[in-house]
Design a protein. Structure first.
Lengths: 290, 357
């Protein structure tokens, strides 16, 4: 014992590892009960047999998986969903990047004001925002009327994939902007100035310095928006008018309309696999950047 | 350094001014830097030295005035066409590139063929003794190494002017001394014109051919380190460059200078009125025995031992004078309460009109 003035001695000394386990226990429990168990349950359902009328037979069959992977409709559905989500993610990135960069450089109360403006759509439900877009893009809405007024052929922007594309892009923008800004930490204005003094034009400063330094933010934003796009359901359902078939809407239809739970479960697990692939791609990008 | 007949002017600032709204940060600045010389912008923070440097680089726009390099007006030239090599206080290396690619960046931007760029980058790194770290990322380097990479990166493009913005401020004292010598040596070897911004008078005096002492966006004095130190143009310069004692005094209509109830002698001719008298602590002898232009009796009131220096505070009629003396062993040390006779020459009595800060 040392001669340190007598401090009240803790009843028990926790070792670091023990303490970490103890602190992680609550979230681990919540995740186990609220996430892992249901997913395992879902995985189990995907091997059940569906009965006409919505019942399930607890057997173990590969029927659902085999059926899914051999049906051109579902293969196209998966392919379309992934492709459209990627395209939406990319569009969201392109329109969000300048905003995020501007916000990153803005300062003081102006920056606070703009950030609140960016986040404010998140305070409104996606349903309301989707109905807003329907009102704007519908055949006699302001956008189509304006295009007609200029004398161009009237496009059909609602109840097809175009409407879904526009609506989802706008809905995902706040997420993309926030993720980009979170990833812009390495962007030091002095580094940009260094590039400029070394002879880089603004364009080359962007491609050689700004863009590479913001790649972590871009990767994070794309991952987030891709996942949100694939799993988005309300916007494609409402703006697609029942004519746009994507993974999330199909899962809803199978689970709620057709009452084929095993197939809905199989599709859900498939979505999870797609997300796994996205996560893998994200971490691969991050590893390369380091 | 031997002076050639008429050193050619390289950089010229004419009536450079900066205003933010109604605030005149820099009223009007005129400055001329010769080819191959290293000039320090010295002053306290907020004196406009960094702003002026950034205006030369093109990173800030002046509200008025012109910048000329080699006689050519570059005021409207974009940053990337100015051909300046800038070294930042925060190093500002590209974190996603290794050291070699950082150094080669400026060459790449000038469309120098890849192989040549690589060779020149390697040479530049050798020049700062970092050839062996070419493949490291900046974050794997120490602060001093990063600053040397930044220096190599700025020099490799053979810029028309090298701009250094407080390059040593983030380094520890010992490293700063080494870097000072190294930067000066590299600048002299390459014969490049350099502008060095600093708030540290030691850096300015020891590294640069000439020093611009700035204050409130204006030039207080522009001269060689010796001129600035020995013949400060204003009381501000005397205070900022080196340490001083300040005494309040008056000049009578006959031109005699009195302070602390005593007559003092100065080498400068004086206008009658209230004056501030500045004397550098190390120019005062503690135990004056011979003839001196200025002789003041006093008592030692405190002694501070600094190592190579001892500071004595000496109480004289109505004031206190600090005297600095190199540590010595050839005589018994003074003690508090000892009577001393201070002595200094007329050249060391710097006199300025009172009220000047």
């Amino acid at each position: 014992m040392s001669a340190v003035p007598a401090l009240p001695r803790p009843a028990r000394q926790w070792r670091d590892g023990e303490l970490a386990v103890l602190l992680l226990l609550p979230i681990a429990l919540i995740n186990a009960i609220g996430f892992i168990l249901p997913v395992l349950n879902l995985a189990r359902y995907s091997f059940n047999k569906s009965r006409i009328g919505g019942g399930m037979e607890a057997v173990f069959t590969w029927e659902n998986w085999a059926g899914l992977l051999s049906d051109p409709f579902y293969l196209e559905l998966v392919f379309n969903s992934v492709w459209i989500s990627l395209a939406i993610t990319l569009t969201t990135l392109v329109v969000s990047y300048p905003i995020a960069l501007y916000l990153h450089r803005a300062s003081g109360s102006w920056r606070t004001f703009l950030t609140v403006l960016v986040i404010s759509p998140l305070l409104t439900s996606a349903v309301v925002r989707t109905y807003g877009w329907i009102a704007i893009l519908t055949d006699d809405g302001p956008v189509v009327s304006a295009i007609k007024a200029v004398g161009l052929p009237a496009p059909s922007l609602m109840f097809n994939i175009k409407g879904v594309f526009i609506g989802l892009t706008e809905i995902l923008m706040p997420y993309m902007i926030l993720a980009l800004m979170a990833g812009f930490g390495r962007l030091d204005p002095r580094v940009e100035e260094a590039a400029r003094t070394l002879g880089a034009t603004p364009a080359r400063t962007f491609t050689k310095v700004i863009l590479p330094l913001t790649l972590p933010g871009i990767a994070l934003g794309c991952l987030l928006c891709f996942v949100l796009a694939v799993s988005s359901f309300i916007t494609p359902k409402l703006m697609g008018g029942g004519r746009v078939f994507l993974l999330a809407t199909e899962i809803y239809d199978q689970a709620i309309v057709t009452l084929n739970w095993p197939l809905a479960s199989t599709l859900s697990i498939l979505v999870l696999i797609v997300f796994g692939a996205a996560l893998w791609a994200y971490s691969a990008v991050l590893r390369r950047l380091d | 350094m031997p002076m050639t007949s008429a050193p050619e002017e390289h950089l010229r600032l004419e009536g450079i001014g900066v205003s933010f709204g109604a605030v005149n940060v820099i009223p009007s600045l005129d400055l001329s830097v010769r080819k191959g010389e290293m000039v320090a912008f010295l002053g306290p923070s907020g004196c406009g030295k960094t702003t002026t440097l950034r205006i030369i680089a093109g990173l800030n726009k002046p509200s008025r005035g012109q910048i000329k390099v080699g006689g050519r007006d570059i005021t409207q030239l974009p940053i990337h066409d100015r051909d300046m090599g800038m070294v930042f206080q925060s190093y500002a290396l590209f974190p996603h590139m290794n050291v070699a690619r950082n150094v080669a960046f400026g060459l790449q931007m000038r469309n120098v063929p890849a192989r040549e760029a690589e060779t020149r980058a390697t040479q530049a790194l050798e020049m700062v003794q970092l050839g062996h770290l070419a493949h490291r990322k900046p974050k794997e380097l120490s602060g001093g190494q990063q600053q040397r990479v930044a220096l190599a990166r700025a020099l490799v493009i053979e810029p028309s002017i090298l701009l250094l913005d407080e390059p040593l401020s983030n380094l520890d004292a010992k490293l700063r001394d080494e870097m000072r010598v190294q930067i000066r040596a590299l600048q002299q070897q390459s014969g490049i014109t350099a502008v060095f911004v600093t708030h540290d008078q030691v850096e300015a005096l020891s590294m640069c051919d000439r020093v611009v002492v700035m204050r409130g966006g204006q030039v207080e004095q522009f001269g060689t380190p010796t001129e600035v130190y020995e013949r400060p143009a204003t009381a501000f310069v005397a205070n900022f460059v080196g340490r001083t004692n300040r005494l309040k005094g008056t000049v009578t209509s006959e031109g005699t200078l009195t302070a602390a109830g005593q007559q003092l002698r100065s080498a400068t001719t004086l206008a009658p009125g209230a004056v501030d008298i500045l004397v550098r602590p190390h120019r005062i002898r503690l135990q004056e025995t011979g003839e001196a232009a200025n002789k003041v009796e006093g008592t030692v009131s405190s002694i501070t031992f600094i190592g190579d220096l001892v500071q004595y505070a000496v109480r004289v009629g109505g004031g206190e004078i600090v005297v600095e003396e190199a540590t010595r062993r050839d005589r018994s040390p003074l003690a508090v309460g000892d009577g001393v006779t201070l002595g200094w020459s007329a050249e060391d009595t710097l006199v300025y009109p009172a009220g000047e800060k």
